[in-house]
Design a protein around this ligand. Sequence first.
Ligand SMILES: O=C(O)CCC(=O)C(=O)O
Length: 272
Amino acid sequence: MVLTQTQIDHFHEHGFLVFDPGLDEAFVDDLREKVFVHYDPAFQANPTFPTRLQDLWKRVDEVRQLAVHDNVLQALEQLLGRRARPFQTLNFPTGTRQAAHSDTIHFNSLPHGYMAGVWVALEDITPDNGPLIYYPGSHKLPEMSMQDFGLEPGYEHYGEYEEMMREHIELHGLKPQLGTIRKGEALIWHANLIHGGAPQTDPKLSRHSQVTHYYFADCQYYIPMRSTPDKPHIREPEWVTFEPYVAPEESVSPPAPSLLRRLVNKLRRSVS
Ligand SMILES: O=C(O)CCC(=O)C(=O)O
């Protein structure tokens, strides 16, 4: 068992849990270095603006190894009582300044509540380098879809969602906390915990981190932004693999029969 009952209770009470998955420090440093070279060259030359890389697990195996780390998977299973499987990784070299949201707006499950984010610090996180910001207890409020906010689904309306979420936080008097965790520690959030990226007070600072999003077994998975209350847009996620990723070979289509016929005729003409 990776988690104690006190930790499990903390997660259900507050909607998040900081825990130590026991990562090797050399592994964390290696991962951070291997990820860095993949960031946009403009960022590498001037690493002061927010950028991110999605699903780098396919190209940097350490990212995948962290996503399927046994202690993380065990902790998630203890928290929700079902097997967890990662379906997306995000790597960040700086603070994101992302507005407050709940992940239920991006990915959701039926039954609800079987999704979690795991945010791993790849260096020490302080109030100055743009930590995660989250609202303890907000997971207990009802899930808010676009329709619940009186909005049309679709990312073209996402700015309106962010505005409504700001009002929702104010209305419920939610108080933020900062994820100032140490290198190698992980913060797990509940599917409905409201969170975002706090401003980075010094733009020259880095804030290396990896977020992995997980679903749990025996659910249907849907995309809220493409769903209506009576018609969820179900999808099978692209799961992070338990073995190193092998890209599917590019399929070489056989030449069309008409092309073959033309080639044969050309050959015949050239030999006659
Ligand atoms: O890392 C951050 O600043 C925010 C990440 C986040 O909101 C997410 O991955 O859902």
